[in-house]
Design a protein around this ligand. Sequence first.
Ligand code: TYD
Ligand code: ZN
Length: 398
Amino acid sequence: MSLCRVCHASVREFFDFGQHPLSSAFTVPGRTTDEFRYRLAIGVCVSCSMVQLLEDIPPEHEVHEGYPYHSSNSTVMRAHFEETARGFLSTELTGPDPFMVEIGCNDGVTLRTVGDAGVRHLAFEPSGAGGVRVHRAFFDGASARAVRAAEGPADVIYAANTLCDIRDIGQVFEGADALLTPDGVLVFEDPYLGEIIDRTSFDQIYDEHVYFFTARAVRAMAEHFGFELADVEHLPVHGGQIRYTLARAGRRTPTASVDELLAGERARGLTDPATLDGFAAAVRGIREDLPALLRKLGAEGHSIVGYGATAKSSTVTNYCGIGPELVPFVCDTTPSKHGRLMPGSGIPVRPPEAFSSPYPDYALLFAWNHAEEIMAKEQAFREAGGRWILYVPDVRIV
Ligand code: TYD
Ligand code: ZN
């Protein structure tokens, strides 16, 4: 039995996806046989209720370049990060000479906006990427102490789509404790277990998402490390996220939203065995329905392509057994993915131009988290008679 990565109690497994490649392991054609695989499985802590990945990736297979950041090429996300920065500028960053830190940096949009307003800022990003002021290290106790000594305390430590990936989460709290002012906040946003269950978005589960947060588990985690959950906010991005604001214990009065979200989670039994087993059954249903639909459309002579070579789609293709015989290629805006094969499934990735020359009959929307933006952009596909295939929250054609 595995032990909880946060509180070390035992973890009850509730879903095993089988052997999977790393979601970032886009391969070069002709070299697919030696791919590393690990058991993708999740469980729930019987004590703190944190839902988490069960297996660790052996260090020699881990990608250590920086925080896994997938540039989503999304104007919606850019606007979201600009708004985030403006929010901090008008709340947490109003004192004399404020200082904001980001763990990772998400294309640098948030910190660039903060910097443009004349506020001191720094990203912890070992790869040095992002085009903003960077401290080339992972965020942990030692690196945070070094920055504290050189630059003084921070008012805000922010992380988007990053904390859920950090296996040794205790180091984040050690760093936050070292670097934050007494009233400073650690703010992070990640996929929310409640949304994952509501939408059966099981493709959020892959090697780079270690934790699937809930208000209850985040509150317990905060308390475990001397912090307190002070606020929560629903975000519409990436299929539904929560932004958690943590302060040192006793420094802020938790808002009503915290109690509301906790009460809602309790009322629906969010991490009860019955709920998690129901999720597992719904996921198995998609594994039946999605390949069956693709096979049927293919047999009827329809062309199908994939849209968006997301990290998430690695779980879908490998768990559902979808390869190039069902989806001959996926188009994606990311140049570094072009000419490569999707992890495990071996589906080739092509540039966006491949989508329209000619338009397929059906497009399987792997980047469903950007559905609105993509469907608006691809009006001509619909006008040409094209249809979208969605599998979140269930398998359907729209
Ligand atoms: P992302 O949202 O970061 O999801 P994940 O974390 O699962 O990788 O990635 C979105 C992918 O979709 C990225 O590879 C870029 C691609 N994409 C397009 O091809 N066209 C688009 O219009 C958008 C918004 C994204
Ligand atoms: Zn636990």
